[in-house]
Design a protein around this ligand. Sequence first.
Ligand SMILES: NC(=O)c1ccc[n+]([C@@H]2O[C@H](COP(=O)([O-])OP(=O)(O)OC[C@H]3O[C@@H](n4cnc5c(N)ncnc54)[C@H](O)[C@@H]3O)[C@@H](O)[C@H]2O)c1
Ligand SMILES: O=C(O)C(=O)C[C@@H](O)[C@H](O)[C@H](O)COP(=O)(O)O
Ligand SMILES: [Zn+2]
Length: 361
Amino acid sequence: MMKTLEVDLGNRSYPIYIGADLIDQPDLFKACEKASSIFVVTNTTVAPLYAQRLNKTLETFGKKVRAIVLPDGESYKDWKNLQLIFDDLLKFGADRQTMLVALGGGVIGDMTGFAAASFMRGVRFIQVPTTLLAQVDSSVGGKTGINHPLGKNMIGAFHQPVAVIADLNTLKTLPARELSAGLAEVVKHGAIADAKFLDWIEANAKPLLACDTDAMSHAVLRSCEIKSAVVSADEREGGIRATLNFGHTFGHAIEAGMGYGEWLHGEAVGCGMVLGADLSCRLNYITKAEADRLTKIIQSMNLPIAPPKFGGKRYLELMQVDKKTESGQIRYVVLEKIGKAQIQGVPDAQVLETLTATGAA
Ligand SMILES: NC(=O)c1ccc[n+]([C@@H]2O[C@H](COP(=O)([O-])OP(=O)(O)OC[C@H]3O[C@@H](n4cnc5c(N)ncnc54)[C@H](O)[C@@H]3O)[C@@H](O)[C@H]2O)c1
Ligand SMILES: O=C(O)C(=O)C[C@@H](O)[C@H](O)[C@H](O)COP(=O)(O)O
Ligand SMILES: [Zn+2]
């Protein structure tokens, strides 16, 4: 059965649809009725799996539908490949009434959203997330952008989609490693916002890793509920939205430091949460037993828990460019307790203790 949630942002509110075989349902794409043309942005892996079905659905609106197929991978989330989207939009007559449709994981969603934010100063777009990570996290909330060699997601814009259509059946073709990466963000939602959800995740590692339909449905729904509530309260990260960045200050440093694509985003975030839990413990918020428990949950999702050994100085250098840094002071999301997070500055010496204790330094 399909579930519908709402991201509540006044006249920019939009629905999140979660259910099976949704890419075949034209009524969910009704925002396309007013479009002059439709461009589906996808990649070389997802296109052969789902583009034809989506195309058939979109063609029912009687508009020109075109696919823009990008190369696959985090390392392509850059200027050069963003430009390919603009090239085709201009070449094939897109205008301000054009609808972009992002069909793929977080990389495609972030790039399509940024293209939509900036093409002709802004056009509408729909998110059709096909990875677990995109369904539980990246398709919701309107953070769009690309990477810079010196820092993750450094160039971008807030631009909300007009609908999120999460077809749970697309997860059936997802490789196991990608499923685990998505589970990292699911664990994050439990850790920062809902201790009972974290209990459920802990108890359901097996069905989650097996991509069981009921387990996936609950994981996506509860994650979207948590994320949409946070985004509705703080769209532009002036306050509580920063808690969604738990594990990301360390995680983004791992992604950039290794070279984008070496570690998956979810893997880096999972490991980043191990460091974040250790730091939270050193700050006397959570106990050692609670930090160890979170590490075990992350490990149970087949995610790496040992960070790359860049050394303390290099980690601090990589983390300095984090978007939460204020006047040179790096700010970290820490767990006040399981199910509640906050952001604060931490002396480098204490961060170095965490980096040393976890083998990063
Ligand atoms: N905007 C946000 O709020 C937000 C939140 C979290 C992550 N992100 C970003 O999202 C990106 C990570 O997203 P991701 O984990 O989805 O990675 P991804 O987009 O690279 O997708 C992972 C892999 O799965 C493939 N794939 C996608 N759907 C598939 C399917 N149904 N079956 C088989 N293969 C499929 C992709 O082609 C790719 O190879 C990062 O760039 C991260 O920074 C953004
Ligand atoms: O939506 C948010 O806010 C998040 O922080 C979600 C994160 O999972 C996501 O990876 C996001 O892209 C990170 O944002 P950034 O501002 O640190 O680049
Ligand atoms: Zn993330």
